[in-house]
Every structure is written in structure tokens, then in C-alpha cells.
Ligand binder design. Sequence first.
Ligand SMILES: Nc1ncnc2c1ncn2[C@@H]1O[C@H](COP(=O)(O)OP(=O)(O)OP(=O)(O)O)[C@@H](O)[C@H]1O
Length: 556
Amino acid sequence: MPNEAFRLLSRGGATFDKSKTESLLFTKQKETLPKQQEATKALDGHIPVELDFFKYAQGGQGKRKLTEEPSRSEKRRKVKSEDEQEEDPVASKKGPEVVHRVSAKGSNVPPHIDSFQSLQASGVPSRIFANLGSSGYKTPTSVQAYCIPILLQGRDLAAISPTGTGKTLAYLLPIFSKLAAPASTSVGAGVRAVIVVPTRELAHQIHNECLKLAQGRKWKIVLFSKATANAISQNGARDKVDVIISTPLRLVAALQEGILELNNVRHLVLDEADRILDPEFMPQIQEIVAACSHSTLQKALFSATLPAGVEKMAMEMLNDPVRVVVGLKDTPLPLISQSLTYVADDPSKLPSLLSYLAQPYNPPVLIFTSTQTRATSLAEELVLNSIPNVDCLHAGLTKKEREDAVSRMRKGESWVMVTTEVMARGMDFKGVREVINYDFPTNVQSYVHRIGRTGRAGREGKAVTFFTDDDAPYLKMIANVLLQSGSTVPDWIIKLPKPSKLKRRQMGKTKRPDIINPARYVGRRDSIKKRDMVLGSKRRKTKPGTEPEAFQNTGS
Ligand SMILES: Nc1ncnc2c1ncn2[C@@H]1O[C@H](COP(=O)(O)OP(=O)(O)OP(=O)(O)O)[C@@H](O)[C@H]1O
């Protein structure tokens, strides 16, 4: 079904408006979910300190109070060797369980900040402070508190911090603080900062963040696309560009066509670093890094996940880096309540999802499938089952369709968004309260990023993962993530054997049918066949002397 027609069908003319009584349907859910109710009650202005990841951001009180000794890390730093410092994790505790800690490793790690104001001494322009305030950023999150001073000192950095904890601002603020005069007003300036991300949607989102932070300054910040690449190739326009946000392929195409030079770039950020550094993008990244040939180039990598192998490769790219880890590596925030739901086999998933959506739920819900065709097919099924305001977004759609789908999501017009891995990383839709993994995630990182579309900026979230018999060998890997982040897992799953290395590599390669509900097509296929036979027979009757099809070209 064409996307537009499908959208219209799914819309039903209604939009989600929390002020309307229809939304009460969704808020009732909490009565049936005691655990969630407890957490929700807590969020109504009384969030328990140990769960308030952003409390630190709301006045610097929460985390300080929970730290065993606030100044201990600073004292320790003085007695450690000058070359190799490891900052004590600053941890907030929930009983014996550590829910939040920060470690910063490297030589001469700059001290972290407690407030944005303390950056004034580091030369952050007052305009940037004003823009921080108008964007609603009052106090730094942990990743910002640690990474901003490091980047302001020109150091290379690898930062790992859970989804939705504000990594974008952690690298944008130092870039804009250091950018100085716009390239258009200073001769020979040109592109000085490049941010590379894996998807067009994420590039778009980061571009918007840049515009907010750079408001009032005349910097030219370009969201790189075919059109903008053509535009900057005209009449020296490229020398007037200050910042570029791009996907690797698009940037490399421009470098190869000779319409872009990166030899003046001082800041290179690889966001979603583990995805950007995977073999699919690696050749392009090497080309980009080689093109950024300025002697004072600063490289920074950010992600919520960084598997050991990729981290080793990443650290080799950096020069005397600092490594910052917020929370437990590759672990979602405890704000996301996670569960695993057994659904036997693929055909059983649809009825399970429909019964889930027949209960009160918190829109918008994000549903992840493994392929574009399955995403389209599932969205169609939901529409045909009268689920209101269903939408679909995947990389197979046109640029316009993708942009429109993101915009509907931002406006709250989509209640149920069916998507693929394209939306798993970086996308920040503040209102997403529930994520459903309809198809099992492709690996642990995919799980962490997918469910990280909820529980952002200190909000509560819920993640449900369907698993079939085919997914069972990989269940333990996901269950370990649940356990690590404080969710409960049934005993029998904990007792499952650890999958072999070979088996782990097969995760994500499970073959699933393109069509979510083949039963719907059985009747349709039969009637198409019958119709074709009738038409064929009519054609033959109207052409006297024509041999029946079976005898044609047989020589008989
Ligand atoms: N200091 C702050 N105070 C309040 N809100 C903040 C602050 N910094 C960022 N945010 C908000 O937190 C949300 C998540 O930020 P961001 O998208 O940068 O997270 P992220 O860590 O990059 O997540 P992901 O790993 O999914 O890419 C955004 O809505 C952002 O506006």
C-alpha cells in the first residue's frame, strides 16, 4: 500500500491530544500495572533520588547527596600518577545496587563541572549560555559534566553513556564554544566541524539541535545532502560553511567528487560510534579521517554502546584520549521497565500484539521489526485491524515520506509507529513511553538502542520484547542486559546455557516471512488465480483458431 494512502487510512482523522478525554483511556493503564504505577507516582514530582538520572541536571543536588564523599574523587586525583588517572566512579546507590556511576580514564583528566555557569571561566561565549537557557538546559547531565571540559581542552575523547542522557549537547557545546567567527566573515576559514552519524533522520535531528544552540550567530550549519552538496559546490560557497552534519556515504561522495575539502576541520565527532565504525562504514570513515588533515584536529566518539572489539579500534584512532563511561557499559537505564514475552512462533506474534494494543497503552508506541517489508506489512495489518493512527517508517521510503513520518511522530499524530533498525539509534522523541520489539533484536547493542527510544531525559519508559522458539538461543544474551539494569527475568531464562560464539554470530540472521499475516493473502491469491483463468479463457474464446495455451510452442 503506498505510504500516503496507508497513512490516510490509518489516521482516521484523529490526532492525539493529551488534553482530550480520549487520552484518559491510556492513563488508566497504570491502575493495572502496580510496578509501573509506583514508578509513575514517583515521577509525579516525587521521583526517588536513586532513580532520577537527571536529578543531577536539575540542580546538582541529587547526585552530590548520593555520592559517598563529594570531593573524594578530586582528592584521589591528586595522589594518582600524573600519566594515568582514573577518576573514582561517582555512584548513586539503590540499596546495594549501583544505578549510576561515571568513570573518566586517561592522562591528566580535566575536572568535571557541576554547573554550566562554571564554564564561563573556560571562555564559553555568553550567547551560547543564553541559548542553553532558552533550550531548557539548566544543569549538565553526567555525560555533559565530564565530557564538556575534556573537549574544551582540545582532548580526544571516547564517551559511552546510556541512551537519552544528553550526549548530543556534550559535543555540540564545546564545538560552538570554540568555533569563533563565522567562516563567511574570516578569510580562509571553511568547514571547521564535522559530525558523522549513521542515518539521515539522526543527521536532521542533530542539525535542529545545532540551530537551537547557535541561534543568534551567523555560522553556516549544513545538513549534508545531495542538494546541499550541489549548493556548496557553487562559487566558493563551501568556504562559507562552518559545520557539516552528514552520513558517511554522503560525505565521502562529496570528497570524491572534489566538491568538499576537510583540511581545515578542527572537530570531528563520530556519533553512534560503534555503528559508524562497523565494517559497513569503516572504509568511508577512514577516508573522512584521512581528509581531516589539520594538525589540531580533535576527534570525539560517542555512543551508548561500544563492544570491546570496536572500542579497541576506536581508541587506536584517538590521540592521548580520555575515556568516559557513564553508568554500566552497554546497559539501559533502570528507568525503562523491561520484559520478555513468549509468543511461540512468528504467526502468533500478530494476535499477541493485537491483544496488547487492545489493552490501554501509552501512545506513541514504537514497534521494531527486522525488515522494511515486514514493517510495511505489520503496519497494514494494524490498520486493517482498526488500530488508530498507525504509521510506518523505514529506509525504503522516499526522503519526503521519511521526513513526513518523523514530523507526524514529533507532532504526536502517530500513536503506533512501526519501524526498523533505522529508528533504533539516536532518535529523540521525548514522548515515546513504550517500545515493542516485535522481531527479536539483531544483537545486544540493537536491543539497548531500540529500547533506548523510551525512558529519555529522565522520563519513565516500558519495553516489551517478543520471543519465539527460534529466538530462544539468543534469549540469554538479552536477559543478561535486563538483569544488569535491574529488571527481573524468570528463573528458567537465567538457567539457559550461554550461547556459543558461533551461535552468537547467527543472532539477527533469523529468516522471517515478508508477510506478517499470510492467511490474509491465501484467499486473495486464489481469487487472483481464478480471475486470471477466467480472463485467459475469455481471450482464447475471442480469438478463434488460437491453440489452447498448453499446446502453444510445443510443436504438437
Ligand atoms: N542538560 C540537560 N538538561 C535537560 N535535558 C537535557 C539536557 N541535555 C539533554 N537533554 C535532553 O535529553 C534528551 C536526550 O538527549 P540526546 O538525544 O542528546 O541523548 P543521547 O544520549 O544522545 O541519546 P542516544 O544514545 O539515544 O543518541 C533530549 O531531549 C535533550 O533535549
